[in-house]
Write a protein that binds this ligand. Structure first.
Ligand code: G6P
Length: 617
């Protein structure tokens, strides 16, 4: 999501920090900031926009990197490039954040789930907050607990935080030290010659040193230019070996994956967790969605939802339709945003319009939302990019919190959008007839999804081999029923986008009404066929294909041996609730499309004719 860089050592910190920020910029760039030790004080400079805006600001203030080739200004600093999660992209919300005294400066990635309650307590004690971020709480909490020793104060501070963090902190009274801590958000330390570089991503480290220590969850580092001590939260010292990293810069940005798409597919266990984190109450089987709470009464009264979106986001909406109707009992329809804006939708005051958009900038989706607002409908959103136009124009929404998606073909955004549809279903369902037990069961299963995705990712090589078998096919059907009808549509879209192979997604039961005429041995079908309420029906449709000589790849539930008798190839996914199967079943389809494109030698991250964000009609 956001990017962190810190430096202390023999050289001037500023050029290294700016260079690091630029390398981290691909992870997010709505604002940035740097804190430096200057004349015994910590000076903080921030700016909204890209890093070059921060550079301009630094130059205006005379803190120019070229003016400091000898490191005269300072040899220690921390910096951050932000991709907003809590609070809009403004200068005040940009990192570094500081405490009341201005002695502590902190940069942070991740989400502090209990920041609101901590903030209230600190405000009662007289702390004054300047931003809307969760991060600022850490600085004030640290100030409140400060005992003169950075390590023990940080340990006490961290014990009070719930959530995820990769954080780096400096203190005016300790101009020789940088503190770092990790829980759920990456942080590494590069060990140079009389210098240390701390970064959330090794792409910002490896041009200075290839010797890197990766911090693990629960570890705290006390960093000086020639010395590094690592402790756990209970002050037990931890010995860690540096690792030699041989990646080049490009490999490092992709974390060693050959494409951003593959990296993003593999990020899904983590990205889904980031979308769920802090939003569920297991005990009461309920969901907290900050924005939604502010209109909870209105939401209780709605009796119809129209979901509007484009492309992959629309497919997530279709999964949402099944969930919202089955579990929240709310009549739901899904419409292409490009159609919604031109038809004459019947909207009354009990209708809510939900826009789903990764970028928050898709012109058709935006126009649909504006149309709905014209008609005085309550507008809701599921958006990934904080502060984007759709995010600003909807009444309330939930952010995905998955960080930037770089690959044009959407992967981690889709599974996150579906995860948020699950959260919305429980939220709205529990306002209505959904029982405590059902709410709890859905939440419990949703929490188990990231581990199950990890198991599917282990099948990557197997899926690649299957792709090799089918690489000559010119056409594909993708077939599924009920919850996995949208999965089939999404799988087909992925194959089309990436490999330029014609693929048609259809409800399995619809295929016999015409499309089946196309089936022959050269026209394979991908069946999404987990053990669910429509399993037997799907099997019958498979038989129809098989008897016409069509080859079949099946996505099936682990333990289903019977399916091997019909399908030519089977990819197994773990068992889960029927409503959650689209999240699991989509992962092998993403990998299959990815490998098909790689095998054809195509530009996976930037397929022809496509744009990541379509801001024209
Ligand atoms: C473009 C992208 C798709 C995406 C769609 C909607 O067509 O290529 O991957 O699903 O826009 O984008 P959004 O940002 O609104 O989710």
């Amino acid at each position: 999501m956001c990017g962190i860089i810190g430096y202390l050592g023999k050289n001037s910190a500023l050029p290294i920090l700016i260079d690091g920020l630029k390398r981290l910029e691909y992870r997010g760039y709505d604002s940035s900031g740097v804190a430096l030790f200057l004349g015994g004080e910590i000076k903080t400079i921030k700016s909204v926009g890209r890093i070059k805006e921060l550079e301009k600001r630094l130059q205006t203030l005379g803190v120019c990197e070229r003016a400091d080739p000898e490191g005269l200004l300072c040899n220690l600093g921390i910096a951050h490039t932000r991709w907003a999660t809590h609070g809009k992209p403004t200068e005040n919300n940009a990192h570094p954040h500081f405490d009341c005294s201005g002695k502590i400066s902190i940069v942070h990635n991740g989400i502090i789930e209990n920041y609101k309650s901590l903030k209230e307590k600190l405000e009662e004690k007289g702390h004054k907050f300047k931003s809307q971020t969760d991060t600022e709480v850490i600085a004030h909490l640290f100030e409140d607990l400060y005992n003169g020793d950075l390590t023990s104060t940080l340990q006490k501070t961290l014990k009070l935080l719930h959530g995820a963090y990769g954080l780096v902190l400096i203190h005016k009274d300790h101009p020789e030290k940088i503190m770092a801590a990790k829980m759920g958000s990456p942080l590494s330390i590069g060990l140079g010659d009389s210098e240390m570089i701390i970064a959330s991503d090794i792409s910002a480290i490896i041009m200075y040193t290839k010797q890197v220590i990766y911090l693990d969850d629960g570890e705290i580092a006390e960093i000086e230019k020639n010395n590094l001590n690592i402790f756990n939260i209970d002050n037990v010292k931890i010995e860690k070996e540096a690792q030699t990293v041989n990646w080049d810069i490009e490999e490092a940005e992709k974390k060693g994956f050959s494409h951003f798409m593959l990296k993003e597919i593999f990020e899904q266990p983590e990205s889904i967790m980031n979308s769920i984190r802090g939003r569920i109450i297991e005990k009461t089987g309920k969901v907290k969605l900050g924005g939604f709470d502010s209109v909870s009464k209105k939401l209780r009264d709605i009796n119809r939802i129209i979901i509007t979106a484009c492309g992959t986001a629309m497919h997530a909406g279709l999964v949402g339709e099944y969930m919202l109707e089955e579990y929240a009992g709310i009549p739901t329809e899904v419409d292409y945003a490009s159609e919604f804006r031109y038809r004459k939708p019947i909207i009354d005051k009990e209708t809510a319009i939900l826009a789903i958009s990764q970028s928050g900038e898709t012109a058709d989706t935006l126009a649909a939302i504006r149309e709905a607002k014209e008609k005085n409908a309550l507008t809701l959103g599921v958006v990934n990019v904080v502060g984007s136009t759709i995010a600003r124009e909807i009444d309330v929404g939930a952010y995905n919190h998955i960080g930037p998606e770089i690959s044009v073909a959407s992967t981690k955004a889709f599974t996150s959008q579906v995860a948020i549809m699950v959260l919305m279903t429980v939220y709205l369902g529990r306002q209505r007839d959904m029982s405590l037990i059902i709410g709890q069961r859905i939440i419990k299963e949703l929490l188990a999804i990231p581990e199950k995705i990890k198991k599917i990712l282990e099948l990557n090589d197997e899926i690649k081999k299957i792709a090799e078998k089918y690489i000559d096919a010119k056409n594909f059907f993708y077939l599924g029923r009920k919850y996995n009808n949208p999965t089939a549509l999404e799988g087909a879209l992925k194959l089309k986008e990436l490999s330029y192979i014609h693929a048609e997604g259809l409800p399995s039961g619809e295929m016999k009404h015409g499309s089946i005429a196309l089936i022959d041995k050269n026209f394979p079908s991908m069946f999404i066929c987990p053990k669910d309420s429509v399993y037997e029906k799907n099997i019958s449709n498979m038989e129809e294909v098989k008897s016409r000589g069509g080859r079949i790849i099946a996505i099936a539930t682990e333990g289903d041996e019977k399916i091997k008798e019909i399908a030519d190839d089977v990819i197994y996914i773990p068992k889960t609730l029927e409503m959650l199967t689209p999240i699991l079943a989509t992962v092998p389809l993403q990998l299959f499309a990815y490998h098909m494109a790689v095998l054809k030698g195509l530009d996976v991250d930037k397929p022809r004719n496509l744009a990541k964000s379509v801001t024209v009609e």
